[in-house]
Design a protein around this ligand. Structure first.
Ligand SMILES: [Zn+2]
Ligand SMILES: [Zn+2]
Length: 130
């Protein structure tokens, strides 16, 4: 694999477990599936990431150097290449982990209830509708 470059200061990134770190600016490059795994472990449940677009100066992807999308996740401002991963400035991962409860996937007891109710109504309709 080609060496990854820091989107901020352009120095080479060091592999650190499942993420890649910049020793100069302390940012981190995290593949999206790795990010989801980290957050799911922290939340002890499935998470869904509600990316919200933000207008900002784009930074280059650490892998393909294309302009990344500037996005928010919770109140944390991140940079994201949909194909490759997400860039965290120093401390942004810590901030994000504090907000992990916001990202719990909707396991949706309401719609289960709805489905049950709809099933019941259908059965009733059959009973009375002939
Ligand atoms: Zn850097
Ligand atoms: Zn990319």
């Amino acid at each position: 694999m080609a060496e990854l470059g820091c989107p901020v200061c352009d120095s080479p990134l060091d592999e650190a477990g499942s993420t890649f770190r910049c020793v100069l600016c302390e940012g981190a490059w995290v593949r999206e599936e790795v990010l989801v795994a980290i957050l799911e472990q922290r939340a002890s449940t499935l998470v869904a990431l509600p990316w919200v677009a933000r207008q900002d100066k784009p930074r280059p992807c650490a892998e393909c150097t294309a302009d990344m999308q500037t996005v928010n996740l919770g109140s944390v401002a991140l940079d994201r290449c949909a194909q490759h991963g997400v860039w965290f400035d120093a401390n942004e991962m810590t901030e994000l982990l504090k907000q992990v409860k916001l990202f719990k996937a909707n396991t949706d007891p309401v719609s289960e209830h709805e489905a049950h109710r709809t099933g019941l109504l259908t059965r009733l309709a059959k009973l009375f509708g002939g």
